[in-house]
Design a protein around this ligand. Structure first.
Ligand SMILES: [Zn+2]
Length: 112
């Protein structure tokens, strides 16, 4: 527990390393993971409820790698949190991917 407590003190030059993720569209605190994708400049691996997939895509304009974490909230928003590494810098951003109504969209990553 000391290691966890140390990460959240002001001795570290960063903010605490954990938080509850809210939907970036509607601020709903109930979000569910549905997919993870790692894109290494065109070589893609994704993990979903259906297993692990591999794909080849066109290389992007920027070299580097991108990690996409996809979620949906209980109000129907589908979004991703993305991390892109390029030339020593990692950027992070959220992206709205769609909205669903009715039954749950793509199933959760971890449930069967
Ligand atoms: Zn939402």
């Amino acid at each position: 527990m000391d290691a966890v407590r140390d990460l959240t003190t002001s001795r570290w030059p960063i903010r605490p390393l954990w938080a509850f993720l809210h939907c970036p569209v509607c601020d709903d605190p109930n979000v569910h993971p549905r997919r993870v994708e790692v894109n290494q400049n065109g070589r893609v691996v994704d993990i979903s409820r259906y297993g692990i997939g591999h794909d080849e895509r066109k290389k992007g304009l920027l070299r580097g790698s991108e990690i996409r974490l996809e979620f949906y909230c209980e109000q129907g928003d589908i979004f991703s949190i993305n991390l892109r590494f390029h030339k020593g810098a990692t950027t992070v951003w959220a992206e709205q991917l769609g909205h669903w109504e009715g039954d749950w969209p793509t199933p959760e990553l971890w449930r069967d």
